[in-house]
Design a protein around this ligand. Structure first.
Ligand code: B3K
Ligand code: ZN
Length: 868
């Protein structure tokens, strides 16, 4: 590596030396040589007369100040330093870029021939030299010039204010964004698209044009995105009293994109995965994902764009809050319980794992080398849990008052997490003094609960201890303020009102100390407690339930989430004990209590099928891994496989009945229809492991008239390793080989193929005509699936899985470090494997570390993993 990358610390924040109030940008677009002219109005804020601008991979052409050529500047490693400047001036900088060579997909690049940009977090500095930091807010005017035939659509932020043609078949469009914004929200797109148009009238009467730009020929896949956008606009008005603030809202779908989507002001750029869908090409999960991401980016218009972040350490200010908002949107539109279950699965699985890894960090990180490495599950998902806890502590009404005050105070500015918490506190009158620790403390708390029923005094006591284990980034931990929502059940299924010291108390208890005791009066029989209702805090619960209590809660808990959670605890208990058995060379046995409980769930026609599907779904390999300090790959895999097969064979007739009963005609996106398909396909996944499985799976594949059912059949064949698998895979590939996005589902199945020879097949798959190492979606589908969802092959003792990952990472280090860095994550957890595997992984990490052009994205993670 040329120079050791330097870390930045949150505590070192300094306000900018200058600010830029207005920017006028002109882009002369050409694939290999684009010229950018940036004219900025700059004002000095302190006493520094030198201006340090950020810049990367740029060719500088000219610098002028107030119209005069300015020679007094130095080009530095990370930018440009201009000296001896007046207090206030107009700065003109001309740079040149090569979008065609930009495979990192940051800054201005080409996606399938269309120009597009990605500037968050620090990509604008690859477009021009600038104060590329979120606390410099400017008004942008952007002129885009390009060939008229190749690029009929020329887009940027704000409103289209002028346009014209030029000689040489060129045309131009001028855009003006009236809202001051940080550079990371800048966007430009130029291409030849089909456009889906609609409009929306806001509640105060503003007419908004809605436009979705998709690749030619994809118009029939854009409807759901449009419906989702309109739903999001309406929902934000109703639930948060927030309206859209421009006359046009554009979404562009591109195939080459590093993440899901980007909330650029008025011009969202989306990974086509989160826009394009019709019933033939997309599954129900895809549809729901589109709704969530369209909502998420739209909601950023207020939480992120109108109020942005002072510095990148505050990222959770916009991301945690916006994830909370998109989760609420999906829950209000669909099933709250199913949404909550899926969000909790992410926290308990990959987020807990991240918090236990060398990359552990608080939701507001303290130290960063490469900002792109901190768009994490911790900042996003745990960040959202922190907002949700505030919501739980305040209640909806006070929470909304807090939101209102937050916008009154900070609209149009760059704020901090502290600003948000203060607004919540001031508006509600509820102290969050202790609660703030969630922003600075990393790691997952464990809450250990024990109970005692005193019959003679009719009291019931919960003793609670909380403890957070040290993490890689932080040795000392303190007790947190944890909202602990509980319910106590009588044997007839009714709940007991909580009374303490003669007073009725809220069912949300506040844990604030490392040990606390709560005693409730008037309890006449030993109750069954339901703890951390709706997962009221992102913690690990330890309570010694017996099977009967859990089976009771699965049936009697008021809340659907609690029922599911009880089922998960019952499974966890027996998965753990069987892992121990297997480790002692004993047989894995699924106990009667589980079979009976799940039989009951399947037979219960009162339950929402979507919930039954969730209840029937075992924790994933990765979630189970998270329960252990040392992961026994084979034992976990073995136990999960036996559980699936035993449930399938023991519940065969119930599964078949449900499968037959839920057969559907027309495809509909009604939530009830989605739930029925989910349950039916869950049954299919089990039935695939029975004698009649093969026939059923083939039949479903042949008769399926939507992608959800097609994929369910293929998934079932893949994970149960049916002999029909290869035939189905071949058929699908023949049908879809021209369409990368649809092929991603196929690549995922190749990547997660549990067959012992899978790695060889995966390597061959890389030659498939639809595969490209340059496309992040393809890489994540095939190689990401291999590294994250194919434990037995990836962790093969031979080390070939790790070697393959190493080769891929070395290649991506050069072409696309952001994608490489994401892909690297499973290797960071080397400490969780036996010494043999650890040594093999370490080898790959050391090879990476020794590369002389290692990107800082990878450098940051690899060094942390090797230091630990
Ligand atoms: N804000 C973007 C993510 C940018 C990631 C930069 N590496 C999308 C989102 O969270 O809405
Ligand atoms: Zn976001």
């Amino acid at each position: 590596m040329a120079q050791t990358p330097q870390a930045k610390y949150r505590k070192d924040y300094q306000s900018p030396s200058h600010t830029i109030t207005d920017v006028d940008l002109t882009f002369e677009l050409q694939e290999t040589q684009t010229t950018v002219t940036a004219i900025s109005n700059v004002t000095q804020l302190g006493d520094q007369t030198s201006l340090k601008l950020d810049g990367e991979s740029l060719t500088l052409k000219t610098v002028s100040v107030n119209g005069e050529t300015w020679a007094n500047y130095t080009e530095t490693e990370g930018g440009l330093e201009i000296h001896a400047l007046p207090n206030q001036f107009e700065l003109t900088i001309v740079t040149e870029l090569n979008p065609a060579e930009n495979t990192a997909l940051e800054g201005l690049y080409l996606s399938d021939g269309a120009f597009c940009t990605q500037c968050e977090a620090e990509g604008f500095r690859r477009i021009t030299y600038f104060l590329d930091r979120p606390d410099v807010l400017a008004k942008y005017t952007t002129t885009v010039i390009a060939d008229q035939e190749k690029f009929p659509s020329l887009l940027s932020n704000g409103n289209r204010i002028d346009q014209g043609t030029l000689k040489g078949n060129k045309h131009w469009v001028k855009w003006q964004d009236p809202h001051p914004k940080p550079s990371y929200l800048f966007a430009l797109v130029a291409g030849d698209f089909d456009i889906l148009r609609d409009n929306y009238k806001t509640k105060s009467g503003r007419d908004v044009q809605l436009e979705i730009y998709v690749d030619k020929g994809n118009l029939d896949r854009a409807n759901h995105a449009m419906v989702s956008l309109i739903n999001a606009m309406k929902w934000d008005e109703e639930r948060f009293d927030l309206e859209y603030d421009l006359d046009i809202y554009m979404i562009v779908a591109v195939d080459f994109f590093n993440m899901g989507a980007m909330e650029n002001k008025g011009l969202n750029v989306f990974n086509s995965k989160f826009v394009l869908a019709n019933e033939k090409t997309a599954t129900d999960t895809d549809y729901l994902g589109i709704e969530a991401v369209i909502g998420h980016e739209y909601f950023h218009n207020w939480t992120g764009n109108r109020v942005t972040c002072r510095d990148w350490f505050q990222l959770s200010l916009k991301e945690g809050l916006t994830v909370f908002r998109d989760q609420e949107f999906s829950s209000d539109l669909g099933s709250r319980a199913v949404n909550r279950i899926n969000n909790v699965r992410i926290i308990r699985g990959p987020q807990f794992a991240e918090d236990a890894s060398p990359m552990s960090h608080p939701i507001r990180p303290e130290k960063v080398i490469e900002m792109n490495n901190f768009y994490t599950l911790t900042v996003y998902e745990k960040g959202s849990e922190v907002i949700r806890m505030i919501h739980t502590l305040l209640g909806e009404e006070k929470f909304q008052k807090g939101i209102k005050l937050y916008f009154e105070r900070h609209d149009g500015t760059a704020a901090t997490c502290e600003d948000f918490v203060s607004a919540m506190e001031d508006a509600s009158g509820i102290s969050l003094k202790h609660f703030r620790l969630w922003y600075s403390q990393s790691g997952t708390p464990t809450v250990e609960v024990s109970s005692d029923f005193d019959e003679s005094h009719s009291t019931y006591t919960l003793k609670v201890k909380q403890h957070t284990a040290p993490t890689a980034d932080q040795a000392e931990k303190q007790a947190l303020h944890i909202p602990f929502a509980v319910e106590l059940y009588n044997s007839d299924g009714t709940t007991i009102d909580l009374v303490s010291n003669g007073q009725s108390v809220s069912n949300v208890l506040s844990l604030t100390e490392s040990e606390q005791v709560f005693t409730f009066e008037g309890v006449n029989e030993k109750p069954v407690p339901s703890l951390f209702l709706e997962f009221s805090a992102p913690v690990k619960l330890e309570y010694d339930y017996d099977d009967q209590e859990l089976s009771f809660l699965m049936v009697h808990a008021n809340n659907e989430f609690s029922r599911w959670d009880a089922g998960q605890m019952l499974l966890a208990k027996h998965i753990k004990s069987n892992i121990e058995r297997v480790q002692q060379n004993q047989e894995c046995i699924v106990p009667e209590s589980i079979l009976a409980a799940f039989k009951g769930v399947l037979a219960n026609k009162e339950l929402d099928p979507a919930l039954v599907a969730e209840m029937m779904t075992l924790p994933s390999f990765n979630e189970v891994s998270g329960w252990y300090d040392l992961i026994d790959v084979d034992a976990i895999d073995n136990v999960l496989t036996v559980f699936k097969a035993s449930l399938a064979n023991e519940l065969k007739s119930e599964l078949e009945q449900v499968y037959q009963r839920l057969e559907q005609g027309e495809y509909s996106l009604e939530h009830s229809a989605i739930g029925q398909r989910a349950l039916r396909n869950c049954c299919l996944a089990y039935l695939a492991r029975t004698e009649s499985g093969q026939q059923l799976v083939e039949q479903q594949y042949q008769s399926a008239h939507n992608m959800t059912d097609t994929m369910a059949a293929m998934q079932a064949a893949n994970s149960a390793q049916l002999s029909c698998r290869s035939g189905l895979m071949e058929d699908y590939s023949q049908k879809w080989k021209h369409d990368g996005l649809v092929m991603d589902k196929w690549f995922q199945l190749q990547g997660s193929n549990p067959d012992a020879g899978a790695l060889k097949a995966i390597k061959e798959t890389m030659n498939h005509e639809a595969f490209s190492m340059k496309n992040p979606n393809r890489v994540r589908s095939l190689i990401g699936a291999f590294m994250n969802t194919n434990p037995v092959n990836f962790h093969a003792k031979s080390g070939e899985g790790y070697q393959f990952a190493g080769e891929i990472l070395r290649e991506l280090n050069e072409s696309n470090p952001q994608v490489a860095s994401r892909l690297l994550d499973p290797l960071l957890k080397l400490k969780k494997y036996d010494s043999h595997r650890q040594a093999l992984i370490r080898n790959e990490l050391v090879t990476l570390k020794n590369m002389n052009n290692l990107a800082k994205d990878l450098y940051e993670k690899v060094t942390k993993a090797l230091e630990e």
